[in-house]
Design a protein around this ligand. Sequence first.
Ligand code: SF4
Length: 292
Amino acid sequence: MPRGRVPRQPVRTGRQDKVRAVHAARSKSVGEAGALARPSRGKASAAVPKGRKKSAPAAAAVPRNKGYNPLAPERVTEILSRLDHLYPAVTCALTHSSAWELLVATILSAQSTDVNVNRVTPQLFRTYPTVEAFAALTPEQLEPDVRSTGFFRNKSKSVVGAAKKVVAEFGGQVPDDMEKLLTLPGVARKTANVVLGSWFKKAEGVVVDTHVHRISRRLELTTQDDPVKIEQDLMKVIPRDKWILFSHQIIWHGRSLCPARKPKCVDCPLENLCHAGDKTWSTVDMHKDAKV
Ligand code: SF4
């Protein structure tokens, strides 16, 4: 065959094979070093001294938190009992005198504070004293009255929409049923749980607001970030007869001692049960994953 017509073949000197072997060895050692530099939770890791053979790494690894179960019934019971001691008779902080007023106040409290909502609602309920009075409005007419609570366009739409539905489908009475409440505009599980728990005294779930979300994670009662999943986790570990009180207590705890920034851990009676990674003071081991 004439020269130049032969397809090019890999050179058979073995040089490439040597380079490949060196790369493979390098990446293996980098991988091992990386794994040692980033110890994962629950696994002890230690650098192997030069010259010494690494022996049986998997069997020797000791979980960091061996024996610690944040959901152990005795731990959860102790948390609940300390909360009972701290906040014995707390209730909903939103001013209201009927299920409808509580529903409106809860809708308005989204992304706002209870103090802020309580500044607005007394005058609001004087101006529109019944659910029928709200149902006769357009969202635009309500906007100026709820403007200071933030997100006022959406909130006006939800309140007026809920009023129209309560009047048209439930005879002017706020339903005491989770499924029916969830059909109202602007009402998700949190709002429905507030109305069912605080007004109707029905424990259908746990209210998961921003405080319950944050503190349940700090106390390792959940690792979830989604309120619905957090609620499911809490319903598994907290006895049903505590669901209503627990959320009130945690909300008060969030306001008084355990805010998002700079929790007052030194004054907190739950301190030695809390391993939150963002504690400001601690007598116990802190867990990176247990934080806001
Ligand atoms: S110890 Fe600190 S972070 Fe833990 S619950 Fe108490 S205030 Fe919150």
